[in-house]
Structures are given as C-alpha cells and as structure tokens.
Design a protein around this ligand. Sequence first.
Ligand SMILES: NC(=O)c1ccc[n+]([C@@H]2O[C@H](COP(=O)([O-])OP(=O)(O)OC[C@H]3O[C@@H](n4cnc5c(N)ncnc54)[C@H](OP(=O)(O)O)[C@@H]3O)[C@@H](O)[C@H]2O)c1
Length: 337
Amino acid sequence: MRNHKVVLTRSLAGVPDAGDFRVVDEALPEPEDREFLVRHLYLSLDPYQRSAMAGRHRLGRGPLVAGDMPAAETLGQVLRSRHPDYREGDYVRHFGGWQEYALSAGERTERVDPALAPLSAWLGVLGMPGLTAWASAVELAGVQAGQTVLVSAALGPVGSMVGQLAIQRGATAVGIAGSDEKCAIVTGEFGFRACVNYRQEGFLERLRAALPEGADVYHDNVGGQMLADAFSVLKVNGTVILCGLMERYNDPARSKPLDLALPIMKRAVMKGLVVSDFEHRRPVFEAAVAAGIRTGQIRYREDRVAGIGQAGAHFARLMRGENVGKSLVVLGPEAAN
Ligand SMILES: NC(=O)c1ccc[n+]([C@@H]2O[C@H](COP(=O)([O-])OP(=O)(O)OC[C@H]3O[C@@H](n4cnc5c(N)ncnc54)[C@H](OP(=O)(O)O)[C@@H]3O)[C@@H](O)[C@H]2O)c1
C-alpha cells in the first residue's frame, strides 16, 4: 500500500487554484513503539488553512513553500497500532494533514464514537466549526428568546449552526449568503426567517427590509464591507461577534479597516472569538449537538468531493466562496475493517 499526499507547487498568492497543488506518492510509514497508523476517511477543508498556508495563522508554522503539505484535521480509522491506548479499528479525529494516511503518537487526537453521530459530522457541526458556533451563540452572545440574530456566510457549518442554536433558544435568525440557491437552503432547511443575497443589487435596502426590527446580535464571518453594512441594521446596544474574515483571507492588502464611528454610534459591544478558548465547553456542546442531530433538530449540509487528488481544487472552491456546506474530501469508505 502507498500513501498519497498533497503538497504545494508554489507559495500561494491570492485566491488559490488547483495548479497550486500536486499529489505525491510515497511509501506507507510503519508505526514505531507508542505510535499508530491512521487511514483517513475524511479530510476537513477550512478557511483558516488559507491563512496558515500564508503564515498568517497562529497555529501555522510560517508560510508554506513548494513541497510543503498543508495541515488539516482528518477523521479516520486506526489501521495498525503499537500504542497502548489505541486499537485497530478505533475511529479518531486528529491533525493528519492533506494525505490518505498519517502516523500519530496520540497528540491532539480524540476518539470518536460513530454511534453518536455520522462520522463526517465530527469535522463539521460536531467539530471545530460547530464549537465555534456554540461559542458565539451560547457563550459570547448569550442569545435569548425574542432576540433577532443576523449571520453572514449563513450556509456554512459555522453560520448555519449559529442560526440553528439561536432558533433553539427562541430567537429569530436572519442570514446573509452569496446566491439565491444558498438562501433557499438557509431558510428552507435551517429555519432562518429570511436570507439576503449580498451579491444582488440593492443589498442594503433588502437587508433593512428583512430586519424591520433590527438585529440584537450580528455574527460576522466575513469582515470588511459586510461588517460595515451590518451596522446599518444593528440595534443600539447590539452585540457583534467577530468570528471570521472571509473577505481578506486570500488577500489581506485589499481589506479596508472598519470605520469606528459605526460601533460608536450604535454603542455596540464587539467580542472577538477564538474557538480554542472554548475547549472546556466541548463535552457540553457535543452532547447537545449530537442529540440534536439524532432528533433531526440540528441539520447540516456537506460539500463533498472524492479522492485526495481533488483536495486542491476543492479548497479553491471553498476560498472562492462557492462551497455549499461543510467542505470535505472523502478519502475512503467507512467501516473499512
Ligand atoms: N474565530 C474562530 O475561532 C473561527 C473558528 C472557525 C471558523 N471561523 C471563521 O468562520 C467563518 C466561517 O467558516 P466556515 O467553516 O463555516 O466556512 P463556510 O461558511 O463553509 O465558507 C466560507 C463562506 O464565506 C462566504 N464568503 C463571504 N465573503 C466571501 C469572500 N469575499 N470570499 C470567499 N468567501 C466568502 C462564502 O459564502 P457566501 O458567499 O454564500 O456568503 C463561503 O462559502 C470563516 O471566516 C472562518 O475563518 C473562525
């Protein structure tokens, strides 16, 4: 058996494209004492990986150059083990990178129970993006019944979960997304009261029309002009959760700073969110969301492609904003053993 991994063909500039990546074939490594070999079933593609590739992410190891493999979370099954705590067949989530197999000594590795929820969900609504949404709606904004919560990038795993958690708490969710097709899913499947397509003419007027009462909370996944526009519907004393900067990950130089008159005039409370601060809430979050998935109260979409060779093109699709749900590369059939 051979391992296939994806490496960069050059340092990234701007929006990535498939030609920035190539597949390398190598011998499968053998686990040494206290190591195990994981066969990956799913590779998670996430926006932070773009910043990490450019050396702009706090978890990254500096700008990646030609020949470097991007880091990423993966979900897989232990194929061979020489580690006392992991057995062949165990399902694990770890930072395996853009490849089909990886060795692990158990650091930053969690065992995953496939009986609780579908395996792929542990990288999406039950994984880091879901915990991010939980941190926003439950921990930082403390959304309450009767409030109205505005969410950008509303179809993705973070945005769709912020809206659904807000709705569960008795609030109303209004989304922003980049096409009418996405908006139809945001309202039809995720239960948002309305969704505004920001790529169509007259976005601000339509946003105001969708929020006649204003928004108590704005969850921001985008930054830039979208963040500035959201202030036009934020209530006085409203809360803004600063979560993501989709508008600038590909090219930070293009981004315009926020006019601070906007939060001043709204007497706004602005809170920055870093998901790793909420690690201690993971058990509560997992129990609640896994139960919600089983009862059908929590829904999610996945944007899947099959085969490690597709990872680069699929990542480019994510960074162009064309993904429809959690971006995943399927690397192998489930229940391989
Ligand atoms: N702070 C933290 O600890 C933390 C943790 C996890 C994630 N995040 C952030 O949360 C945000 C959402 O993450 P996700 O995994 O759920 O991603 P996602 O929503 O699946 O994908 C990102 C979406 O951003 C939207 N977008 C808006 N403006 C864009 C632009 N100029 N270029 C490209 N895309 C644009 C696109 O949808 P539309 O065009 O339809 O809006 C795209 O589908 C990201 O900013 C991510 O970095 C932050």
